[in-house]
Design a protein around this ligand. Structure first.
Ligand code: IPM
Ligand code: MG
Length: 389
């Protein structure tokens, strides 16, 4: 194929991407306010186990939530609903990151509790379909990925606000080979997208007595999109004069997070999607690993709660799935309770988790047969919870 034909084809694809993004911006502009869960007759929580270790750790979190919310469930105020079709097999069978009927089921819920899903990648031998996570965040417009990390004895108390629908992820599955030699991917930043994640981060900071928000980009190199992200965050910051804003490049931030003298000063980190992905894994490592970290994916209409990690196929292949740490999903459950207005219950579950993982440590999870199984550990959390009354 000659170069001008290649170029025309590439430009056509690029045009399509931009047209879709223009529509997305209009959608963002016309969105209403956040759901008021207190005004709903019933809150429906859809549960997807996912792949790999997902079903095991999701079942643990569901059991604990069902215990905590038992009265609400019997009163018909909360319903747990199984959503079975978000498995890798079913996604491959439909050739889609989220099959249409599964997406319709998800959209009929208010909240989703989701186990990790396996993402095939180029050369893995599996069809190279888009990540179900990324698709769900986009389809439900879950723009804020909120990832707390806490290590009290080291003075670490961070809350990471990762933009969740834009950046390198917005059209991550829509890059293409222009010729045999040239490949392109795209990163996208919009004013609406940056503003809404900044607003939620600064709002969290204000409501939680935080005094500092750190913006993390590579605006020295990725000048336009990261540059705009910074500008939009600073504009939002003007409405929060009591909060100090500082800027970091993502590379030095990864270094500073291992600097024990400086890292305790960080409070709220606000980042574009890809940097948020990378830095949240690093941050979670100080807390005991990604298996200990959960997150909230929040949008105006829907919210989804999950572990920050993947489905750990290696653990499954090595027969270690039953030793997976349920704490990531249990921490996600804390955030779920808080999000739907059950703050006392959220605090109690967080307290039980702190007792089990930081203080008493009667059982320890090691991810292998040297430690407790998922079930043993979640039973321990449940017993601790019951003892708190
Ligand atoms: C996360 C995960 C996902 C991501 C993967 C599974 C697609 O790493 O939630 O951080 O990159 O966002
Ligand atoms: Mg990640």
């Amino acid at each position: 194929m000659n170069n001008s034909v290649n170029l025309d084809k590439a430009l056509e694809k690029f045009r399509k991407i931009l047209e879709e993004q223009l529509i997305r911006v209009e959608d963002m502009k016309s969105q209403g306010d956040f759901v008021d869960y207190a005004s709903l007759d019933k809150i429906i929580i859809g549960v997807c186990g996912g792949d790999g270790i997902g079903p095991t750790i999701t079942a643990a979190a569901r059991e604990v939530l069902e215990y905590i919310l038992a009265d609400e469930v019997s009163a018909g105020k909360i319903e747990f609903r199984d959503i079975g079709g978000l498995t890798l097999e079913n996604r491959i069978a439909h050739g889609k990151a989220i099959p249409d009927d599964v997406l319709a089921e998800l959209k009929a819920c208010h909240i989703v509790l989701k186990g990790p899903t396996t993402t095939p990648q180029k050369g893995s031998g599996l069809p190279n379909i888009e990540s179900a996570n990324v698709a769900m965040r986009r389809e439900l417009d879950l723009f804020a990925n909120i990832r707390p990390v806490r290590v009290p004895e080291e003075g670490i108390d961070w809350c990471i606000f990762r933009e969740n629908t834009e950046g390198a992820y917005a059209v991550g599955s829509k890059g293409f080979n222009v010729t045999d030699d040239i490949a392109v991917d795209f990163t996208i930043t919009t004013k609406q997208g940056s503003t809404r994640i900044a607003e939620i981060a600064y709002d969290y900071a204000r409501k939680n007595g935080k005094t500092r928000v750190s913006l993390v980009t590579k605006a020295n190199v990725i000048k336009t999109t990261d540059g705009n992200f910074l500008e939009d965050c600073h504009r939002v910051a003007e409405s929060y004069p009591e909060i100090t804003t500082d800027e970091w490049y993502a590379d030095i931030m990864t270094a500073k997070l291992v600097d024990t003298k400086r890292r305790r000063d960080f409070q709220v980190l606000l980042l574009p999607n890809l940097y948020g992905d990378i830095i949240s894994d690093e941050a979670a490592e100080f807390q005991g690993g990604v298996g200990t970290a959960g997150c909230a994916n929040v949008g105006k209409r829907y919210a989804m709660f999950e572990a920050i990690h993947g489905s750990a196929p290696r653990m499954v292949n090595e027969g270690r799935a039953k030793f997976a740490d349920p704490c990531s999903m249990l921490r996600a459950a804390v955030m779920l309770l808080s999000h739907i207005g059950y703050q006392t219950e959220a605090d109690k579950l967080a307290r039980a988790l702190d007792i089990c993982t930081l203080e008493e440590k009667k059982l320890v999870i090691t991810g292998r047969d040297t430690g407790a199984t998922t079930k043993e550990f979640s039973d321990y959390v449940l017993e601790t919870l019951k003892s708190l009354g």
